[in-house]
Design a protein around this ligand. Structure first.
Ligand SMILES: Cc1cc2nc3c(=O)[nH]c(=O)nc-3n(C[C@H](O)[C@H](O)[C@H](O)COP(=O)(O)OP(=O)(O)OC[C@H]3O[C@@H](n4cnc5c(N)ncnc54)[C@H](O)[C@@H]3O)c2cc1C
Length: 497
């Protein structure tokens, strides 16, 4: 009430809202030009909150969306690659009427299993065990929600229970341990976890994925196309929200000093920015390492606990090009190789310093590019993968293919590789639901919580995938987290009539 009388002179009546004209120009700094930062900026500008800037440490926009040129006008994705799901996926919902998505056929075509001694294991056995594992993940949510331990121990318990049922008695038992290793590797690749024993089964059951096709692609245009939809560029010039103009690149924020009324933000080149509100969107990895030096005063203890106990994982990818594909060109019969390591070749790889190869969960085809194979990596060896030279990466891959295929292959060309874990502006790839987060009862809600003053004015706001209540880790979660933070500011200034 006090706020309304004080500013009475500036009140203008627009439709259903009373808008405080003075306060319509609050200054807002958004830290990070990734999906959540852009989404927050878009929503603010749409609501006439235009007094904002976006500070970005990298020399590009996009953050963990990083489409890189493969050849003229054709992109591949070092970061987000697939739209995971249709229903409730905000990215799909905004874009699907205007963009003809591609798809990677993981759900339609069975993967091909290879053994490290060059023999082809019985595909039916491998696929049966895999099917059992994925059915448990999909169907056993109720039981999982009551399970206190890790996803790894839950999966092992359930898979062995199933395998003891009479219909699976004939399955070759010798292969099971190596197939289980491969399933764990897939799961680590999906979550970014070092081990599936770090993932909380209970928390995992709590989060549903968006239903529908999990592997829609932006074809050759790359995931960066999503920004044309966030800025409405895709809907024509008159709708375009010019956020690009508000972005300052190569501006690494090193300190955020806040009090009950405003913030002072300092970048590494010494520039200072004063604002009424700041929206912080850098990754949970950045927060883990730098929250103490970034925030002055220190963040409240509940937030520090959430930052420390929520997990931020790391995956890797690389793309290799072959002059002639040696895998099937028939898209109906090949989608991916899964590698099953025997002890003998494992020992050989360790002896020859090729342990990073164990983190490859598989090689698969790339939508639209028939000569490319993409590797996805998860687990413990991501740091090692990021640190080896390009030459060694290729040499080790050739060694591995020749072992598993049992014949020689032509040397491929390295097209792209990722280094997210060792990039100081990311320090990993995405968050996941950890056993520790469950133990300490922390989650996205704590990471998302805004620091407000005693008048309920939001001062320091947090967005980014790890803060999304419904779809943490995903690109669509990043978008909705940005919208949520923008609305907190908008709602503070705009009151229902
Ligand atoms: C390899 C990989 C594969 C993925 N695959 C998929 C997928 O297929 N589908 C999917 O839905 N999601 C996927 N994701 C997740 C998705 O990319 C992220 O959820 C989303 O892009 C995160 O957006 P964000 O805005 O939260 O964070 P970011 O994109 O990290 O944006 C934060 C920005 O802050 C900047 N920044 C950091 N520190 C500072 C600082 N001190 N000062 C200024 N700026 C700073 C960063 O440079 C960055 O640009 C993938 C991610 C990776 C890395």
């Amino acid at each position: 009430m006090y706020f309304m009388f004080y500013n009475l002179i500036f009140l203008i009546n627009i439709g259903y809202y009373l808008i405080d004209a003075e306060k319509m120009e609050p200054s807002i700094v958004i830290i990070g030009a990734g999906l959540s930062g852009f989404s927050a900026a878009a929503r603010l500008i749409e609501n006439n909150f235009t007094n904002l800037i976006v500070l970005e440490a990298e020399d590009r926009i996009g953050g963990r969306v990083h489409s890189v040129k493969y050849f003229e006008g054709n992109f591949i994705d070092n970061g987000a690659q697939w739209i995971h799901g249709e229903k409730d996926n905000i990215i799909y919902q905004i874009a699907h009427k205007y963009f003809d998505f591609g798809s990677t056929a993981f759900d339609q075509v069975d993967q091909t299993f290879l053994l490290s001694n060059g023999s082809k294991p019985d595909q039916n056995t491998c696929r049966k065990v895999l099917e059992i594992a994925y059915k448990i993940l999909e169907d056993d949510d109720d039981e999982m929600e009551d399970y206190e331990g890790s996803l790894g121990s839950f999966m092992l318990k359930k898979i062995y229970e199933k395998l003891n049922e009479p219909q699976y008695k004939k399955i070759n038992r010798q292969l099971i341990p190596v197939i289980l290793n491969s399933i764990e590797s897939d799961i680590n690749g999906y979550y970014g976890s070092k081990s599936w024993f770090n993932i909380s089964a209970k928390l995992d059951a709590k989060y549903d994925e968006a239903k529908g096709n999990q592997h829609l692609t932006w074809k050759k245009k790359g995931f960066i196309t999503v920004f044309d939809f966030i800025t409405k560029k895709a809907f024509g010039k008159s709708n375009y929200l010019d956020i690009q103009n508000k972005v300052q690149l190569n501006k690494k924020v090193v300190n955020i000093k806040y009090d009950s009324n405003e913030v002072m933000i300092t970048t590494s080149d010494g520039t200072k920015y004063f604002a009424n509100h700041v929206i912080f969107t850098a990754s949970l990895g950045v927060l883990k390492k730098y929250h103490r030096s970034l925030f002055n005063p220190n963040l409240p203890q509940y937030k520090i606990t959430a930052i420390e106990k929520n997990a931020f994982g790391a995956v890797g990818k690389f793309f290799i090009e072959f002059e002639k594909p040696f895998w099937s060109l028939d898209r109906d019969s090949f989608v991916a190789y899964s590698f099953l390591w025997n002890e003998a070749e494992k020992k050989e790889a360790i002896r020859d310093n090729r342990e990073w190869l164990f983190s490859i969960s598989g090689f698969f085809i790339v939508d639209q590019y028939p000569n490319l194979l993409e590797a996805f990596l998860g687990g413990e060896k991501i740091d090692e993968f990021e640190k080896i030279s390009n030459e060694k990466l290729i040499d080790d891959c050739v060694w591995m293919f020749e072992k598993f295929l049992g014949n020689s292959i032509a040397k491929p060309k390295l097209i792209q590789r990722t280094k997210w874990l060792n990039n100081e502006n990311f320090l990993g790839t995405y968050s996941y639901v950890s056993v520790d987060a469950y133990k300490f009862n922390v989650g996205p809600k704590d990471l998302a919580k805004t620091l407000k003053n005693s008048d309920d004015k939001p001062i320091v706001l947090f967005a980014g995938e790890a803060t999304d209540l419904k779809f943490p880790s995903y690109a669509h979660g990043a978008v909705t987290s940005g919208y949520r933070a923008a609305h907190e500011i908008i709602d503070y200034y705009i009151e229902d009539d």
